[in-house]
Design a protein. Sequence first.
Length: 201
Amino acid sequence: MDFTQITENLTRRGFQVSCFSTAAEAAAYLDAAIDGKTVGLGGSVTLDQMGLYEKLEKHNDVRWHWRIPEGKTVADLRAEANDTQIYLSSVNGIAETGEIINIDATCNRVAAILYGHEKVYLVAGVNKIAPDYESALHRARNIAAPLNAQRLGKKTPCAVKADRCYDCNSSDRICRSLSVLWDAPLGGKFEVVLVDEVLGY
């Protein structure tokens, strides 16, 4: 994919942008860029597929609720990840026009993205990119959310049918918050890492 237009729009909105042909190249870049830091990871199939925890934990202090040390809980790791120098997450949808969309259930991920870190890296495979804001929002609600609900074994209509959002009121609902970055938030550094491979949901 040609990342020229989305790079221009994201840069205009205050984001640093790095583009890679493969997930392996992107992972190597992040592994080299982040060293000797406290690092938090949001729940992300993309980051897991890239093996980032395994790479970064060799030379950083990494907190991820998908890798729980003995004596810790999921809640512990979520809180600790939100109090790190560096935070990494994927996105549920990103528009070529520059808007970045995330949907969350516990909301630790969207909270951490928005504030409190020296730098936030947002990693997106080519499958996460949509032409405009409306398409990116549609993707987040009707593709990413149902697939994530299904992965988590939820009993929501979207997980059972895996076809679209039903705007349900199920207790299993994972669509409990929506965040949109129109521009890079003030007070921190934000880098979008684009990868020309299908990654995550």
